[in-house]
Design a binder for this molecule. Sequence first.
Ligand SMILES: [Zn+2]
Ligand SMILES: [Zn+2]
Length: 233
Amino acid sequence: MKKEEGACLVCGRPLVYFEKAQEMECAICHGKFRSCASCEAGHFVCDRCHGEQGIRDVIAYCMQSSSRDPVAMMQEMMEDPYIHMHGPEHHVMVGAALLCAYRNSGGEIELEEALGKMKERGAKYPGGSCGYWGCCGAAVSAGMFLSIATGTTPLSGESWGLSNQMTAEALSDIGRIGGPRCCKRNAFTAAKAAVRFAQEHLGVVMELPAAIRCTHSPQNRQCLKTHCPYFAG
Ligand SMILES: [Zn+2]
Ligand SMILES: [Zn+2]
């Protein structure tokens, strides 16, 4: 699924850059923007629509994967050029990988419907909430996974408790490592907590890599390096 960096979302041609910003119409949402770039054929795609491409790629990947390992799945998805080093697309990715691995490990869900809910809910969770709200979106995404897998609503009983406990456990693991934020570190940590939680409370056994080794440190200026449990050196 790896695409060439900087290729047009509409036609795949390379992007060209102008010296002066011009009024452009987004080829996807038709909004008007000032921009210094288009593709060679003149297509322009705005930042918001560009971000949505990452989420579309996540859902498409999870629809076809037979993996039982949500971390290995995320590591592959993170190679997609529309998945940025940090960004709210991770709020969909964590729960989507978990739903797919859960289904592939015998969890009884209808995957396409479940991923549709994950996309709708995860995409609403704002970037930066880890710092501004004290509640990282990767942990919330794990809670959304539990909620969707168990069909939880605000009126549910036992599964309502489990969904909130799921978010709490992931958030606690994330918080204990400390900041600054890293969407890769938080995603791995939340998925690990969810694999443990689903085994204990839902009886579904997913898989994890023997060791999680991050390949994104060179792209992350705030990397904790040796203080991160996934730092590869
Ligand atoms: Zn184009
Ligand atoms: Zn747009």
